[in-house]
Design a protein around this ligand. Structure first.
Ligand code: NAD
Length: 510
């Protein structure tokens, strides 16, 4: 594509997105409860702001406890019938949802970009991924209730799985559409009903999903949506007695609040939280492939990605050469408007998040690390644009090597040998993913088993296969999603024991 074609494409995308946004400007964005949109019971509004220029995209109603109560009540009422819908019917319905997501994928992508600042090159796949999530769990719906036969000498034990009931799904602002499908699809396949609370910084595509579900024929009350601020609306949801479990994606600190808020009602929780994931590059690795993966896994999706490889641990003997190659790439990464097809990094989601990311770069300087590339706001752009940043000369205990920055910022630490690499990898509070690059299979295995992480990729970037378990250890979370693991969360296992009629029943009072 020539430069003119690209700017034409940007202009066309901006015009198309503006048309799609009109519907969100006419009235404050409310909730979706019991099958229809509603303004809700609260007068409190907040603004959803554009990452591109800080302008108001739309006003959003902050759901009150009464709105949460209405949504939870609708989910409770709908559960009685939804749990009995045969798996095959649920399968057909969820495939229809996937079809409609695909049909509206361009609209979903454009709105997601405007709302989050994520680049179109990545968000154009968000709807596809969302549809895939629905298809995957749709196909498993007919077997979701299956259990085990556990025969004893004079009894037959067998297990069945039953849907838990109404569940809360609370999602963050990075890739919100894809993440909401990742939770809602298995919940529906299992036979649960849902109350979804999307993040206040990116609420728009959740409403599109609610519309799609309804259009596909998902009955009223099966999926409800309440917009609002986490500490109020989210909190009310996690405390609601009708809600049996909370599936949460967000920061570790919020995760522990979600746990304690749900304690009084004994809620099951599933927490997908933050990360400070190491990518460990040994001198014997295929360095060309490792370079591609390292750059991709921190600078794609604006670095606002829980699985980003935000710490590069690189063997000392290749440190200087490898870092120089990364620096060359980083200098060429295109930062720009999220709707420009050429853009690789868009603006960060919110001014507060931009401040947070910039504050870490200031901390890096104060702590004595070097800002090898980037490190500033992008000159000449009004929105929340930050340069892709490479931090070298870091020490393991520095905050930039310990804390989740959640932006396009890579911290580099050299290591001497396998034991040193493992020590560095594990001495953080998080444990979501780890990436290991080496051509030695023995070393790959030793490292993979030693590293404290829920998911390890060897000689690969994050490459998802939906049947595999997704989740973290330590401060990165509790529980697993994916395949049957999702059903373990959204369902209860019941044991049923039948006697052959031959065993001796204990007698009292004879
Ligand atoms: P956040 O914790 O601030 O908010 C997440 C959601 O929780 C939002 O909807 C928010 O409104 C709600 N919330 C806030 N306080 C609440 C409370 N007291 N009770 C109930 N709900 C509350 O997270 P964020 O800033 O939106 O998202 C970024 C974080 O998400 C990062 O830490 C990132 O690593 C993490 N994340 C993790 C995964 C994963 O799979 N492990 C995936 C994506 C993002």
């Amino acid at each position: 594509m020539s430069a003119t074609d690209k700017s034409d494409a940007l202009a066309a995308n901006v015009a198309q997105a503006a048309r799609l946004m009109e519907r969100f400007r006419s009235a404050p964005l409310g909730h979706f409860i019991d099958g229809h949109r509603e303004r809700g019971r609260s007068e409190e509004l907040f603004e959803d702001l554009s990452p591109v220029d800080g302008s108001v995209l739309c006003e959003v109603v902050c759901g009150s406890p009464a709105d949460v109560d209405a949504a939870a009540g609708a989910a409770r009422k709908a559960f009685a019938a939804w749990r009995k819908v045969p798996g095959k019917e649920r399968r057909a319905l969820l495939h229809r949802v996937a079809d409609l997501i695909e049909a509206r994928s361009a609209e979903i992508a454009l709105i997601e970009c405007l709302d989050t600042g994520q680049a179109l090159r990545f968000m154009s796949k968000a709807a596809e991924r969302g549809a895939e999530n629905f298809r995957f769990f749709a196909d498993r719906a007919p077997e979701a209730a299956d259990g085990l036969a556990l025969p004893a000498a004079e009894h037959l034990n067998y297990t069945v799985r039953e849907p838990l009931g109404p569940v809360a799904v609370i999602t963050p602002w990075n890739t919100p559409f894809m993440l909401s499908t990742w939770k809602i699809a298995p919940a529906l396949a299992a036979g649960c009903t849902v109350v979804h609370k999307p993040a206040e910084w990116s609420p728009l595509t959740a409403m599109l999903l609610a519309e799609i579900l309804t259009e596909a024929g998902v009955p009223p009350g099966v999926v409800n949506l309440v917009n609002g601020i986490g500490e109020r609306t989210g909190r009310a949801l996690t405390e609601h007695p009708d809600i049996r479990a909370t599936a949460f994606i967000g920061e570790s600190a919020t995760g522990s609040l979600v746990m304690s808020q749900g304690a009084a009602t004994l809620k099951r929780v599933h927490l997908e939280l933050g990360g400070k994931n190491p990518v460990i590059v040994f001198a014997d690795a295929d360095l060309d492939r490792a370079l591609d993966a390292v750059v991709f896994m921190i600078y794609s999706l604006n670095g606002e990605r829980c699985t980003s490889s935000s710490r590069l641990l690189v063997e000392r003997s290749i440190h200087d050469r490898f870092v120089a190659r990364i620096a060359e790439r980083v200098a060429r990464i295109k930062v720009g408007h999220p709707l420009d097809p050429a853009t690789e990094i868009g603006p960060l989601v919110h001014a507060r998040h931009l401040d947070k990311v910039l504050s870490y770069i200031a901390v890096a300087r104060e702590e004595g690390a070097q800002v090898r590339c980037g490190g500033r706001r992008v000159a000449g752009l009004a929105g929340h644009f930050v340069e892709p940043t490479l931090l070298t000369g870091a020490r393991p205990q520095m905050r930039i090597a310990q804390e989740e920055i959640f932006g396009p910022v890579l911290t580099v630490l050299p290591f001497d040998d396998e034991a040193h690499a493992l020590k560095l990898a594990n001495e953080v509070r998080y444990g979501l993913t780890a990436y290991i690059w080496t051509e030695s299979s023995g070393r790959a295995l030793r490292m993979a088993h030693g590293v404290e992480a829920g998911m390890v990729w060897v000689n690969s970037e994050n490459n998802r296969h939906l049947p595999t378990p997704f989740g973290g250890v330590k401060a990165s979370g509790i529980g697993r999603d994916g395949g049957d693991y999702s059903f373990d969360f959204y369902m209860e296992t019941k044991n049923i024991c039948l006697a052959h009629g031959t065993h001796r029943v204990p007698k009292l009072g004879v």
